[in-house]
Design a protein. Sequence first.
Length: 284
Amino acid sequence: MARLTKVHANLIANVLRKRIGKVSFSANWQKIFAELEVGDVDESSRALRFSAEQLHQLNQMSTVYFGSELLKDSFEGTRAEVAKHSRYEKLAAIAPDEQYVLLKPQPFYMNLPLEYSLRIPLANVIQLLESQTTPITHLVIVENLDAFDCWHQFSVDESLNNALVVYRGHNGLTKGLSVLLEQLPESVTVVAFVDVDPAGIQIALTTPRVTQLLAPSIEALSSLVVTASSTEDYIAQNKQLKYISQQSSDWQPLQQFIIEHRVSIKQQHLLAHKLGLITHSRAC
């Protein structure tokens, strides 16, 4: 069984702090009960009751389980800070990617090789944006890490020559990038560079501030349908397909092309076949 999480720790801390004698026997409390075996389930199996002695026992058992006394310690802060009082540092409120952004050095550091990537604290990224003598007009969010690494090898629209290029994250939009998008000046245009398939379009549609999508022209993409498009990947993206089918007013030409031809072309194929990239504007 998977371990208890920060959500469970907070539920336990709230009961201990307020000395609550009865809670709803929800899925979360069922998991806590299964792990700690403290409390009594009522006759209806809808509530979990704690006597005064059982609350004391819950405090002791949770302290042993989390390696931290929930009434005194919290999981606020970074993993290094939480590790001072708990063996489960991964329960920390601040994740490793929350205060950093992975970006290409240009246009901030023009003297560094194009192949380099820099992981910079979010606060410093904001300072760098504000200090540029030539204002940055575009921010490009890249879906795949290897496409991000090879950014300098892509042929892109000249409007992006002075763009800030950032990596989206392994499992979705990183917290640091999410905060950056909130603090980004309104004058900066946000561009999504994603796979040409339903999942890629969904990423572009659901990422905050994105108004442009970076991809080859539909004519150029047509030349890759036979050799580079994966029907298997397209079929596997049924949920994403359903989502984008309901968003017909955004990037309709690209969406229609993907749906009609059952397209799933990855960024790596765009690079391998040296297709030029242009910006596709989102309908408003």
